[in-house]
Design a protein around this ligand. Structure first.
Ligand code: ADP
Ligand code: ASP
Ligand code: MG
Length: 418
């Protein structure tokens, strides 16, 4: 059995949805679990709904309308006017509205997880009926019946034992099933949870692990994993083979084509991950698996924009020691800062962080109570694996370097773009 995952870009409009059917027909796999994420930028649009609901009620109606209109527009081009899909879509919006009316919680992460999953519920409903309409034999599975997590809303952690048990009980092995990526549920009250942004790749890996799948294929708008993000680097090179270890490093440092949590479950069971183009399904793409580190052997460039570089030093000229560092990390953890790089010297300690949940002002306030703090917002972190000195020199051209760190395989630089 194989697992496929189609992400937002692969289902962003009518043509893209039709192409999913083409890909499925071409590959001719009949034992499949298909994971689908929300269409196009729907998750971002639903984040606006959450924001309007909690902070700006005057924008609530229009933000919901944007999501509704987008899906209705696609559905109206794929189905006849009187098709039951329209009732199904209306029912999902009615359910969402009921939540918005009856909810009493002000916990943003909880509210987020009750609203944002409608992106995946809408996309899978629409694509399920589209495939059926076109005589493609597929079953529908609500992922929330299988993926069991804790209640850490927006970053829920999988309970592997219960999840594998639930997945196995569904007998998915001999047919084609369609389900949602990214969404899960907690077992106590059955509230929705989510696995973190871009988490659908991870959902595919979870199903593959529990089903002992033969492979996972994630269908993307790129030919495979490239040695650099094509949005930011010219002429990137397609990587044909990447070892699990190297791919974990690349994803960890921010090669956003694969969600970082995806690879470890696959590595455990040696399940290969194929990254392929949905525009060119016959092309080989990239295989992440056992064996050689990188084929071809080239440098890989990863860029993370919009980082914050913070440097702290003591107020009384003393050294930055373990107990200071432990206090700083406690704050970073409390404010959910994702740390991408750390560097310390005798009198200062620097971290490059992602201000993912917008708690920077609170963090800075706490830090300035105890330390002298300098910070730079909007800086870029470049990570280069297996690089040559010449490449680094050319990368740094016209950029102001704020910090550099080098290990055997990896060079990281934090820069201010000119
Ligand atoms: P999905 O449609 O599954 O959500 P994503 O947008 O998450 O797909 O991932 C595909 C995108 O990842 C590409 O369009 C590309 O811009 C970006 N990307 C970043 N780094 C790389 C890389 N090293 N190789 C290929 N694509 C990359
Ligand atoms: N729809 C979710 C997101 O955009 C999950 C995913 O696409 O992987 O983050
Ligand atoms: Mg994505």
């Amino acid at each position: 059995m194989k697992v496929y995952k189609f992400g937002g870009a692969s289902i962003k409009d009518v043509e893209a949805v039709k192409n999913v059917l083409t890909v499925l027909k071409q590959t001719q796999d009949t034992r499949l679990l298909i994971v689908i994420s929300a269409m196009g930028k729907t998750t971002n649009a639903l984040e606006k709904v959450v924001d309007a609901y909690l902070n700006n009620p005057s924008l609530l109606e229009s933000s919901i309308f944007e999501v509704q209109n987008y899906h209705a527009n696609i559905a109206s081009q794929l189905f006849q006017k009187n098709h039951s899909i329209f009732t199904k879509i209306s029912a999902l919006f009615a359910e969402l509205n009921t939540f918005l009316k009856t909810n009493k919680s002000t916990n943003k992460n909880f509210v987020y997880d009750q609203i944002v999953p409608y992106g995946e519920l809408l996309s899978t409903t629409l694509i399920y009926y589209f495939l059926k309409e076109n005589n493609f034999p597929v079953k529908f599975l609500d992922a929330r019946e299988c993926l069991v997590t804790n209640s850490q809303y927006r970053e829920a952690e999988i309970n592997w034992e219960q999840t594998c048990h639930a997945i196995k009980s569904k007998n998915l092995q001999n047919s084609i099933t369609l389900t949602q990526g990214f969404i899960a549920a907690e077992p106590e009250h059955h509230f929705n949870t989510t696995l973190g942004r871009e988490g659908s790749d991870y959902t595919a890996a979870i199903f593959a692990y529990c089903l002992n799948a033969q492979s996972v294929t994630i269908w993307k708008d790129v030919p495979g994993v490239l040695n650099a993000d094509p949005r930011h680097f010219k002429n990137p090179i397609l990587l044909h083979h990447i070892s699990y270890k190297e791919a974990i490093e690349l994803a960890f440092y921010g090669a956003s084509v694969i969600h970082p949590k995806t690879l470890q479950p696959l590595q455990r069971k040696e399940i290969p991950l194929y990254v392929k183009s949905f525009q060119n399904p016959q092309a080989k793409g990239t295989c992440v698996g056992k064996g050689i580190t990188l084929q071809p052997e080239v440098s890989c460039f990863i860029l993370k924009k919009n980082q914050v570089l913070i440097s702290v030093s003591s107020l009384d000229f003393s050294f930055i020691t373990e107990h200071h560092i432990s206090y700083i990390f406690d704050l970073l953890h409390r404010y959910k800062m994702k740390v991408n790089l750390i560097q310390n010297s005798a009198i200062s300690f620097s971290v490059c962080i992602d201000n993912k949940f917008n708690h920077l002002p609170e963090l800075l306030q706490k830090l300035t109570e105890q330390f002298k703090v300098r910070w730079n917002e909007g800086v870029t972190l470049y990570t280069v694996r297996h690089s040559t000195p010449l490449e680094i020199k050319s990368l740094l051209k016209n950029k102001e370097m704020l910090l550099k760190q080098e290990s055997r395989e990896t060079i990281q630089v934090v820069v201010k773009e000119a």
